[in-house]
Design a protein. Structure first.
Length: 123
């Protein structure tokens, strides 16, 4: 069984970097628990905690195998300090926080001065 990964930006279906999820299993649309928002990092988004947020961030949930996770870590620049992969709370379809744990890529760079995007990244 693979890891659950929440994607919210250019890795989503129909977006320019979706090819990096080739061969992995789409679970379905997903939304974070309240308390998160997106920022524009220059043509791609970064997710961050936002205590004022009441709705969460829209994205997709994927099951990815270990090899794909390693490739995604390289693509996201985890080892270069650009992003870090960490757990994130998701809402169940009913709006409750889901029991299942997923991971997401969080920017490891400063978001000060970056444009606020809100709840959904659109290319």
């Amino acid at each position: 069984m693979g890891a659950l990964l929440f994607v919210y930006g250019t890795l989503k279906r129909g977006c320019r970097n979706h090819r990096h999820l080739a061969g992995q299993a789409f679970v379905g649309p997903a939304r974070t628990a309240p308390g998160f928002t997106l920022y524009d990092l220059g043509g791609y988004p970064g997710i961050a905690a936002d205590p004022a947020d009441a709705g969460g961030v829209a994205g997709e949930l994927w099951t990815v195998d270990a090899a794909a996770l390693a490739r995604l870590d390289a693509f996201e620049g985890v080892h270069e300090g650009l992003y870090r992969r960490a757990p994130i709370a998701l809402q169940a379809p009913s709006g409750e926080v889901a029991a299942a744990s997923a991971e997401a890529y969080f920017p490891a760079v400063s978001l000060v001065g970056r444009p606020h995007v809100g709840a959904e990244w659109k290319e």
